[in-house]
Design a protein around this ligand. Sequence first.
Ligand code: FE
Length: 230
Amino acid sequence: MLFRQLFDSQTSTYSYLLADRGQAVLIDPVKEHLDTYLQLLSDLDLQLVMALDTHTHADHITALGDLREATGCNTGLGQESQTRCVSFNFHDGQSLAFGGRELRVLHTPGHTHDSYCFLLAARGRQPAWLFSGDTLLIRGSGRTDFQNGSARQQWSSLQRLLDLGDDTLVFPAHDYKGWTCSSIGEERRHNPRLQVANAEEYAALMDGQHLPPPRLLNVALAANRACGRL
Ligand code: FE
């Protein structure tokens, strides 16, 4: 399997390219990097079959619409999303196939009500890989104070991710400190957001954050409801 982690330095967003047997998936692609993605797909001789967003992003504009226009790929967002221009809406428990592999879809609300994670199952010696969106970040978790966010729901979602097993690798949608990858076991032990006893304590921790709104909030949400094609 082929794997590339791509980074948008303006918004500290990670996008992921996965491919197997010539079929590729892009997770959380950023509009400004469309040309890079198209070049990479061409260089590596890959057919893009799916472009997926883990949730409706508030901090950057998605490349879903542009990628569909340029490649004819299917675009997907969770069924709770308000965005109507994607090719399909995924839901919890679904499997999304590419090449000989598949991503299992996990609904993990809390950061937004349409937040999802994608799990690539373990194979041979390779552990499972979790694309954790903004639900689980490295030594952090996504804010829960807008877009129908809920700290209590996020607590439940995080418990579900912790059940995936300590070896599972974690690839988040953002990192602001230079981390690139972690594991469930590492986060269980060292993520400060996971050192609280219950949902109430977690909600108190999250409610005490008082973060400023993202710089591009209104621009990004309006654009992303049009699949980034404004
Ligand atoms: Fe987000």
